[in-house]
Design a binder for this molecule. Structure first.
Ligand code: NYM
Length: 210
């Protein structure tokens, strides 16, 4: 049995990740790759509903607590994630632990460092590929709907962008998110295809932050 690939899209708010995740899933399925799209936070669980209340400013939570909720929201999907990957399903994730670390570290709260945030997620698998949809915070701010949720502020997004940049390693592909939807999709397909092949050929799944 060959395993599925874990493909993650990351980036600032309103950079077009969700559109590209959907297009990628559609493309992979059309080429016969068993694929599912997931998003984090998963707002449908009870933990996800607390996160949603926080993001939509209906609830106020301590920064350390909300960070733990984001982590728990991933851990509650861990068994199913590992099961699907092992069964050969490729997962395309709209955000994952990299957002968890970047957004919390960007707050600059004493003690909530990148190292601390990383340490809470070592039970989760690492992405085979992180597609970083990079765009300046000023450009995303000009997009429709911006500013509706907590964190959608240019100064904060600049810090998030810097945090993402410091997390990049050889598993990351950076794509200019300011181009056209179809151009970006072509670039995404080009970086994803070899990763899906490698997973299919038996490349081992990594652990986060190893
Ligand atoms: N976010 C997302 C975090 O702060 N920590 C996390 O672990 C994750 C997964 O939630 N502003 C933030 C980033 C976004 C928001 O927005 C989720 P969206 O539009 O559903 O991706």
């Amino acid at each position: 049995m060959t395993r599925g690939a874990l493909i993650v899209f990351e980036g600032g708010d309103r950079c077009g990740k969700t559109t590209q995740c959907s297009k990628l899933v559609e493309y992979l399925q059309s080429t016969g790759v068993d694929t599912q799209m997931w998003r984090f936070p998963n707002r449908s669980t009870s933990i996800g509903q607390s996160i949603n209340a926080y993001l939509s400013e209906q609830a106020h939570l301590d920064d350390a607590v909300v960070h733990m909720l984001f982590v728990a929201n991933r851990l509650e999907q861990r068994t199913e994630m590992l099961r699907l990957l092992a069964a050969g399903t490729t997962l395309v994730l709209d955000r994952y632990s990299y957002s968890g670390v970047a957004y919390t570290a960007a707050k600059g709260v004493p003690g909530l460092t990148m190292e601390y945030c990383k340490s809470l997620e070592v039970l989760l698998p690492a992405a085979d590929l992180v597609v970083h949809m990079a765009m300046t915070p000023e450009a995303t701010a000009a997009r429709g709907g911006y500013g509706q949720e907590r964190y959608e502020k240019v100064e904060f997004q600049k810090k998030v962008m810097e945090a993402f940049e410091s997390l990049r390693d050889e598993r990351w592909a950076v794509i200019d998110a300011s181009g056209s939807i179809d151009d970006i999709h072509k670039q995404v397909v080009a970086v994803v295809q070899p990763v899906v092949e490698r997973a299919r050929a038996g490349a081992p799944l990594g652990k986060l932050w190893d």
